[in-house]
Design a protein around this ligand. Sequence first.
Ligand SMILES: Cc1ncc(COP(=O)(O)O)c(C=O)c1O
Length: 443
Amino acid sequence: MPATANAPGLDAYWMPFTANRQFKAAPRLLTAAEGMHYTASDGRTVLDGTAGLWCVNAGHGRRDIATAVERQLTTLDFAPSFQMGHPLAFDFAERLAAVAPGGPEAGLDRVFFTGSGSESVDTALKIALAYQRAIGQGTRTRLIGRERGYHGVGFGGISVGGLVNNRRMFPLLPAVDHLRHTHDLARNAFSRGQPTHGAELADDLERLVALHGAETIAACIVEPVAGSTGVLIPPVGYLERLRDICTRHGILLIFDEVITGFGRLGAPFATDRFGVVPDLVTTAKGLTNGALPMGAVFASRAVHDALMHGPEGSIELFHGYTYSGHPAACAAGLATLDIYAREGLLTRAAALSETWADAVHGLANAPHVIDIRTLGLVAGIELSPRDGAPGARAYDVFVDCFERGLLVRVTGDIVALSPPLIVETDQIDTMVSILGEALARVA
Ligand SMILES: Cc1ncc(COP(=O)(O)O)c(C=O)c1O
């Protein structure tokens, strides 16, 4: 296809997690964004029901972020990240430490910068392994993930992850096992907030300890709310129980907060929302409002300090990225934190969550809907799959919504909604109404 302003040639770009041939036959291109809306290449306005990809928490086109990035790029575009530093990375880490998951008592205030969620996950897993070795527990090399977990696409992340399509083609880390997932339609369908049943599923970790021996297990990683796999909200008491089992057996608990971090659930982090404090927290996405790629791992003082040993001139952790603490990304992150603080966005979802739940649960009787789950400003609407064509119905809903001016996200037969945290109630009504009409239209 010849390139024009809004219709470039499509062949060269190999798109991620996309049905490339299907997409290129009927492309959906976004060309601009402002506030709660995208503009599509045909000029239509599209309401953003997904904060981009769970990342644009403060809404699109924030001038303060753009100005800060421009200023930084024209002042100091890049500084080497190994054995050198620049002030903004230290500033940003300090500012993050001040709002760290769990507040000051949790002590999760040591920050390692990465370039993405996947890098944050692999970083946290490596820190956990290094920590266990540093405290004389070098036999602890096993990592525990969970079925239906999504932890990005690094080899560590897909190994602890629990999505078969992301795993089946690739060799995985050898010493990994998985908890069962907590999704239970039979007992928990149409829950608002945390479902009632399933805390006992955390005891799977006891089972794995009995099977492998605690002295072989370094860490357990879970998403507090599983996002990409279809909005799976933890049953009441589940995370507390997991924390307790980890503590009893010397296993580090890692919360992957790449989606739940920075206000999505109505508190700054899921750690705050659920009152359960892990040892490491992975973040990305909302860290810079999605404006530039960046991730951050919050580590507890105990974990960090255990690694600050050995001769003073020795590198404590042989790990890091060219773009760890990139100056422009730090500038974007600092400007993002200012916006979050000024506009109260890290807790705004709490005030909206009842309105949100009322509106989305209004779709309970819409065609094809077999479950709705909501928490903070997240919703999962699960559809019955079409016979012999899993995922096809939700995909049709996604395309129908896009054509009528709403961006939703689908995974399998689940429609996920996670609008920017600046969303207004009339926009929530619009989302639900477009989605309801799409559900009525699709076969
Ligand atoms: C929980 C979780 N972890 C990790 C990742 C990977 O992040 P990235 O795509 O930035 O590598 C994602 C992305 O959606 C995620 O939801």
